[in-house]
Design a protein around this ligand. Structure first.
Ligand code: SAM
Length: 242
């Protein structure tokens, strides 16, 4: 077999289910927002033998496809948001989503394996993936080898700085009504706060007064917010059209 062409061997083993319905607003790396999600095994991989023993690990590596970007191809250089969008780095010097083969990798926390109605799901948290992302492989995180305490993080040595988030009266009422109606959604306010405190706006918007009304989709709600005096204010939640 050729070493430069083997794509016919790769297929999804699972689909990741997350509250993130669009790319905008998703944390830029895993572990930044403590959100719950699920990995649903598919096809021949929906077999308990495939995950036998996995619960002895607290964390997993997910290898996945940046499937929403595949059609747009890749570029040799990118402008990382961390650097304010002003500096170019080589694609292999970044975690950019437009890359050859379109593969991403994230460490997530594993909570438990759920076996229900003939389906096997892994309950996870901390993922940075859009809902329905195809998972190409799942591997245990091995601390003695994967955690390197003196590793250099380059431009991403520290976690990004957080911005304060406040809620209007109307948004607070809408959030508690939503939580009351949806048993599987707990801590919706903390999720919105966690996501927005990362300030998902493009870098060039952060430098100046920004009157724009922004929208991002979590579960089946569009969250409307704007930035006032460097504080993110959540104005209201509206049912998503999709
Ligand atoms: N931790 C992974 C890595 O380093 O390979 C992903 C990092 S990437 C910068 C994270 C961003 O990818 C998210 O903020 C979201 O905008 C985007 N994203 C997540 N899932 C995606 C998907 N299935 N297709 C395209 N983009 C996706």
């Amino acid at each position: 077999m050729s070493t430069s062409s083997f794509s016919n061997l790769i297929s999804a083993v699972a689909i990741c289910r997350t509250p993130y319905k669009q790319k905008f607003g998703i944390p830029r790396q895993p572990g930044l927002v403590d959100t719950k999600g699920y990995i649903e095994l598919v096809g021949e991989f929906n077999n308990i033998d495939c995950v036998r023993g996995i619960e002895q690990y607290s964390h997993l590596w997910l290898v996945f496809s940046f499937h929403e970007n595949l059609a747009q191809g890749w570029k040799t250089t990118v402008r990382p948001p961390r650097l304010g969008g002003n500096e170019k780095l080589g694609v292999f010097a970044t975690r950019a989503t437009f890359r050859p083969n379109g593969l991403g990798q994230s460490v997530v926390k594993l909570h438990r394996v759920i076996q229900q109605d003939g389906k096997i799901r892994l309950e996870i948290s901390g993922m940075d993936l859009v809902d329905k992302t195809p998972i190409i492989d799942i591997k245990p995180y091995i601390p003695f080898s994967d955690a390197i305490s003196d590793a250099k993080g380059g431009m991403a040595q520290e976690k990004p700085e957080l911005i304060s988030v406040e809620f209007s009266e109307q948004a607070l009422i809408q959030i508690s009504q939503y939580e009351a109606k949806h048993e599987h959604v707990d801590q919706f306010k903390q999720l919105i706060e966690g996501v927005l405190s990362q300030d998902p706006r493009p870098a060039y918007k952060k430098a100046k007064v920004d009157p724009k009304l922004y929208q991002l989709a979590l579960y089946d709600r569009d969250i409307f917010w704007r930035v006032i005096d460097n504080i993110i204010v959540v104005e209201q939640l509206v049912s998503s059209k999709v």
